[in-house]
Write a protein that binds this ligand. Structure first.
Ligand SMILES: Nc1nc2c(ncn2[C@@H]2O[C@H](COP(=O)(O)OP(=O)(O)OP(=O)(O)O)[C@@H](O)[C@H]2O)c(=O)[nH]1
Ligand SMILES: [Mg+2]
Length: 326
């Protein structure tokens, strides 16, 4: 790496650790694009991570997630906690992040240096987005945010993957969405640490909350002692009603995880995922960069002069040789 680049990485790291908004914005863009140099930057930040409470908020489009995030942010700021927010927009044709930004901007948080908000989108495959979210959350963690909130529209497996980066997963439902409760089974229902029935100013909120409680007990069975008791909380995010209860439940969940070793378990899960992605990327990059040797291997295997496993081993051997270079 060139000397001036090294200096700028050090300087940028300092600014990031001070949570300077421009440095954060620049780095999040680099994370989205997976620009060269971003790995070195993240490497220098890694030792400063692991302190934030990462909260994932998911649920159907329009269920009030952004409104809830804005209300939660107000509650957290009232408790003097700093907040980083990533609004994930997998398709990028919607503007969830922008809407969330508007809500925050309309509120007191707009000029508050204790709040940093950014939407994340990437045209890459879902794995790419998950990785950007993990890296983005780590960045805001290193920047000293006490709570990092990730908002994502929950529809399928892709969102389950994205939200898995969180310490605490909040799933938002709305009244009268019986189909939604059905659809959650085998996915969001089980990964929720806190269920929220938002728009509880509408009819049927109590019934929806009861349906969710019922679905939880059916899927999990009778909880034995030592298991987190998933709360189902009704809120009206637009007025803030019930939101301080959510903050309380988030705190309780964090304490529970620390007491039960679950947080360390999630940290290991997180580390496993990140190592795998990094290794896969190195291998794929190597295979793409070495098109010639890859083509040669294809010819050898097709010509029955070698077999696929031996060819793969040979390719990986040259990879490890190239990694060993300074
Ligand atoms: N009646 C009622 N409306 C609400 C409540 N919370 C949010 N809304 C409204 O619901 C609409 C959608 O809110 P958002 O916060 O943008 O919902 P979202 O889930 O973030 O939407 P996407 O990010 O687009 O998926 C807005 O018009 C909000 O004002 C609530 O508790 N009650
Ligand atoms: Mg939204």
């Amino acid at each position: 790496m060139a000397r001036h680049e090294q200096i700028s990485t050090t300087e940028l790291t300092k600014r990031l650790l001070r949570a300077e908004p421009r440095a954060l914005a620049r780095t999040l863009t680099a994370i989205e694009r997976r620009s060269p140099g971003v790995d070195a930057l993240l490497a220098s930040l890694h030792e400063h991570t692991g302190n934030a409470h990462v909260v994932g908020i998911t649920g159907p489009a329009g269920s009030g997630k952004s409104t809830l995030v804005a209300a939660l942010t107000r509650e957290l700021r009232a408790r003097n906690r700093t907040v980083g927010i990533l609004a994930v927009d997998p398709s990028s044709h919607r503007s969830g992040g922008a809407i969330l930004g508007d809500r925050i901007r309309m509120s007191e948080s707009s000029t508050d240096p204790g709040v940093y908000i950014r939407s994340l989108a990437t045209r890459d495959a879902v794995g790419g987005l998950s990785r950007a979210v993990l890296d983005g959350a780590a960045l805001l963690d290193a920047a000293g945010k006490d709570v990092v909130i990730v908002e994502t529209v929950g529809a399928g497996q892709a969102e389950v993957d994205v939200i898995n980066v969180a310490d605490t997963v909040v799933v938002v439902s709305i009244p009268g969405a019986g189909d939604h409760v059905q659809a959650m089974k085998g996915g969001l229902l089980e990964i929720a640490d806190v269920h929220v029935v938002n728009k509880s100013d509408r009819p049927g909120a109590q019934q929806t909350a009861a349906e969710i409680r019922n679905a939880i007990s059916l899927s999990v069975g009778d909880r034995e002692g030592g298991e987190w008791d998933v709360p189902v909380q009704q809120t009206i995010a637009s007025t803030g009603s019930g939101v301080s209860d959510i903050v309380h439940q988030l705190d309780e969940h964090l304490v529970w995880m620390l007491d039960h070793g679950t947080r360390a378990e999630r940290a290991r899960h997180n580390a496993t995922t990140r190592i795998r992605w990094a290794a896969e990327e190195l291998v794929l990059h190597h295979l793409r960069a070495g098109v010639d040797s890859f083509d040669a291997a294809v010819a050898e295997v097709a010509g029955r002069r070698t077999d696929p496993v031996r060819a793969a081993r040979d390719l990986l051997r040259t990879l490890s040789a190239s990694l060993a270079e300074p």
